[in-house]
Design a protein around this ligand. Sequence first.
Ligand code: GDX
Length: 396
Amino acid sequence: MALVCFPFKKEHIPTVLRNVEIATNHPNVSIVLLAAACSNDCFHEISKAIAAKSASSDPYPVPVRVEVQERLGVNLRPGKGDGMNSALRYFMKAHTLPENKLTAPLQRIHFYDADIESFDKAWITKAEEGTSLGYDVVRHYFPRSSTDAQVTWQVTKVGFALLWPRTTLPWVQQPLGGELCFTRRVVEKLLSDQRVVRQSNWGIDTLYTFVCAQNGYSLLEAYMPQGKMHALYGGLRDLKTMLCECFAAVQSLKDEHVQSSATVHRIDPPAAVPESITSKIGYDVEKSLKLLRENWSDRQMELLTLFPSDIQDGLLAASEWPEYMFMDEDAWIRAYKVYLDNFVLDDEDWRELLFKTWVARVLNYTMRHVLRGYHVAQQANTDMVMKLHMKRSLAA
Ligand code: GDX
């Protein structure tokens, strides 16, 4: 008895409908929920198509609901967090709604980004198998281009290794992944936690990962060899909001304690990565070089004085000429600590400064590691996090 949720904002409609069709035909799925950001054109088009199919001579085998997300957060931007948390609330009460004709409470909720072109029934099956084995949470992970996932690596994994080195958190493969499955007891706990309910923006993935680890829920990471083919970013600037919100989510948790007990955490072994992924470049390097010089203000220059002098000098130089070799792993971790102490999410100067520091870091990583090949780059990411985890674990 599972619910599959696709959160969506503005997506390619045939892809969304194709994914709905796949989910409704899975034998373990009792209901599909499309959690819309707002009642925009995409919402209306999708609602119309679902209603037409449901009323046709060949309807979906299970109910499909399209619901606009509730406003659950208070202070943070309404975003994917409100969408996913609204879906958790719907999941808890779905069996009480007569139109759903469900005979018992649902036991599992799955989330999949609505724009996944490589979605098929195996995504659902693997998560269902994991929960049948007794795991509380199943997260999907998959190979990604070496220039993709730079919020995950530089922000979330570094933050987890820095702040909670002796826990399972630094070992989670894709802590920001939007493809995952929770059992009912996990959903109850998440909804009872105000830190989760308030996290209405991109920080929701961080909160889900963190709260599950803090509560010691067992975790299976299921490997999807085909990867996640989905709509791609333009330049790094498209990621600024996600970067700032994911960083602020880690920052909001920095004083929290996580038991270093042995949480059950199994990671499916990965397979050979297809060439389509190893050869892909995830962002426009030339466009990104220009970002380092953009949107400087006097106040950002003042804020720079909070940073160690080599970082100050590097960023000052970068405001005139695209310099980034100063932002190696060690400099990034030192800068990260300054941001942890000082960053303010709704202050545009702090956001822009964090963004430019991260752009310098991503360029440094690209030029020093990605140029040497896919596997060298992946190893460099892993080494950065594991060295930090080891250093902090020994110091703890
Ligand atoms: N309901 C709702 N409300 N859905 C949203 C909203 C919102 O405000 N914003 C985006 N979505 C949907 C969107 O339509 C898509 O289906 C999904 O959420 C993901 O959004 P997308 O813009 O495709 O995110 P992106 O850049 O692919 O990032 C995703 O993958 C990241 C990752 O795996 O690293 C997203 O799930 C991130 O949360 C995740 O960290």
